[in-house]
Write a protein that binds this ligand. Structure first.
Ligand SMILES: Cc1ncc(COP(=O)(O)O)c(C=O)c1O
Length: 394
C-alpha cells in the first residue's frame, strides 16, 4: 500500500524512550525554538499581519515583488547585491532543499553533505529519492570545508557510476560553527563547473557569526562562477520560525542561472506554499529583525560564558570554540558510548543533550547542546551535566 519513502514504523531509539519516561523532570538543553525560551523583549510585529491587502490573493510563484524586495534589502544590509529576479521564496529552508533536489536530481542521484552537520537532510533526500553521501570536515582544521575531501568523494561516487548533482555547504555549519574559506570555495566552484553539479549553501545562521576566520565566505551566492544557491529564512534571521518563510538566492553563469530559476519557478508554481499575509508583512519583519537577533546573540554569548565557567579550559571536558550558530559542542572523555552517556544523563541526572553521533561526528565522544535556553535553566542544566560527566566511569 505505502511507498518506501516513509518509515515502516516509528520505532523509538533508546534515548527517545528514556526521554519519554522522564518528561517533565528534565532540563532540556536541546531546545532550539527561540519562541519558547523567554526572549520576550522583542515580540514580532504582529500588527504587520493585519494589512487589508491580506484579503486578496495574487500569487507569484517566486514570491511577491514586495516580499522579494524585502529579502533583497536584507542582503543589501549584508553588503551583497541580490536582485529580486534571483530570489525565490519558500515556506522554510527545508522546503528550499526539497525544491532544489526536485530541480537538480533524478531518483538515485547523489548529493554531498558535510559531516559533522545538522541531520536535516536524510529525510528530505529520502523523500526525493536522492542518495546522500558525506564529506568529512577535518577537526584538525577547525572543521573547515576542504575541497579535497569533496573531490575525493565525487571521484569515488563517479567510479561507482553515481552522479553527484549538488554539494551542500552548511555555512556556518551547525553545530561546529565553521565556514568555507574563499580559496576552498574557488576550488569548489571550479570542480562544480567541471563535474556539472550545483552548490547549495545553507546560510540560515548568517546573522549569528561570532568569530570568523580571515577569508571565511558569508554569502556564497554573492559569487557567480558556478551555479550556487544561498538559503536563508525568517526562522533564524528574525527568530520567527512560526512565520514559515524562507528564501533561495541564486547565482551563476547567465544561461545556467536562467534555466535554474525557470525550473525553480515551475516547482514553486506547483505548490504556491508561502502565505500572502507573511509576504505582505515581510518588510516589517525583516526591518524589525535586528532587535530579536541581537537578543538571541546576547543570550548565546551569556550561556557560552556560563558553559565555559562550568568546564574550564585544560579540564577533561573541552568546550569547542564558539564560532557561529546557536549550539555548543563539548568533547568529553570517551569512557562510555555516547548513547549510553546521553541516556544516563537523562535517567540519572535529569538533563537532555544531543549525543555527537546524531550529527555524524567522526568519532566519540561529543555532546551537543543548545545555547538558547533561559539562563537560569541553562545554568541548572549545565550543573546536572557537570555532575553526570563527573560520574563517568564511576
Ligand atoms: C543548518 C540548518 N539549516 C536549516 C534548518 C531549518 O530551518 P527552517 O526552519 O528554515 O526550515 C536548521 C534548523 O535548525 C538548521 O540548523
Amino acid at each position: 500500500m505505502f511507498s518506501g519513502k516513509t518509515p515502516d514504523s516509528h520505532t523509538a531509539n533508546r534515548l527517545t524512550r528514556s526521554v519519554a519516561r522522564h518528561q517533565g523532570t528534565l532540563v532540556d538543553l536541546t531546545v532550539s525554538n527561540p519562541t519558547t525560551v523567554g526572549l520576550t523583549t522583542a515580540p514580532p510585529d504582529l500588527e504587520a499581519l493585519r494589512s487589508p491587502a491580506n484579503a486578496f490573493y495574487e500569487p507569484d510563484p517566486r514570491g511577491t515583488a514586495l516580499a522579494r524586495r524585502a529579502v533583497s534589502g536584507y542582503y543589501a544590509g549584508h553588503g551583497v547585491e541580490a536582485a529580486v529576479e534571483r530570489l525565490v521564496l519558500t515556506a522554510s529552508s527545508s522546503e528550499a532543499y526539497s525544491w532544489l533536489f526536485k530541480v537538480l536530481c533524478d531518483p538515485g542521484d547523489s548529493v554531498l553533505v558535510p559531516a559533522p552537520s545538522y541531520p536535516l537532510l536524510d529525510a528530505l533526500a529520502e523523500l526525493e529519492s536522492v542518495e546522500l553521501a558525506r564529506y568529512r570536515l577535518p577537526p584538525e582544521d577547525g572543521w573547515a570545508v576542504h575541497t579535497g575531501a569533496i573531490v575525493e568523494c565525487v571521484d569515488r561516487l563517479a567510479a561507482s557510476g553515481k552522479r553527484v548533482k549538488a554539494v551542500v555547504l552548511v555555512n556556518p555549519n551547525n553545530p561546529t560553527g565553521s565556514s568555507v574559506g574563499e580559496p576552498e570555495l574557488e576550488r569548489l566552484e571550479e570542480t562544480a563547473l567541471c563535474h556539472g553539479f550545483a552548490l547549495i549553501s545553507d546560510e540560515v545562521f548568517l546573522d549569528y557569526r561570532f568569530a570568523d576566520r580571515p577569508g571565511d565566505v558569508r554569502i556564497a551566492a554573492a559569487r557567480d562562477r558556478a551555479l550556487v544557491f544561498s538559503l536563508g529564512g525568517l526562522s533564524k534571521a528574525a527568530a520567527l520560525p512560526q512565520m514559515k518563510l524562507g528564501w533561495i538566492l541564486a547565482n551563476g553563469p547567465a544561461a545556467l542561472l536562467e534555466e535554474a530559476l525557470e525550473r525553480l519557478e515551475w516547482v514553486a508554481d506547483s505548490f504556491l506554499s508561502v502565505g500572502t499575509p507573511v509576504q505582505n508583512a515581510l518588510a516589517s519583519m525583516i526591518g524589525g529583525r535586528h532587535r530579536a537577533a541581537s537578543e538571541v546573540r546576547d543570550r548565546i554569548l551569556e550561556n557560552d560564558r556560563r558553559l565555559r565557567a562550568a568546564f574550564p579550559a585544560g579540564g577533561p571536558v573541552d568546550v569547542l570554540p564558539l564560532r557561529a550558530g546557536w549550539t555548543a559542542v563539548l568533547r568529553v572523555p570517551a569512557v562510555v558510548p555516547e548513547e549510553e552517556l546521553a541516556v544516563s544523563l537523562v535517567e540519572r541526572h535529569g538533563v537532555l543533550v544531543h549525543p555527537g553521533y546524531f550529527f555524524e561526528f567522526p568519532h566519540e565522544a561529543f555532546l551537543v547542546l543548545s545555547l538558547l535556553p533561559n539562563p537560569s535553566l541553562f545554568e541548572a542544566g549545565v550543573e546536572r551535566l557537570r555532575c553526570g560527566i563527573g560520574a563517568l566511569g564511576r
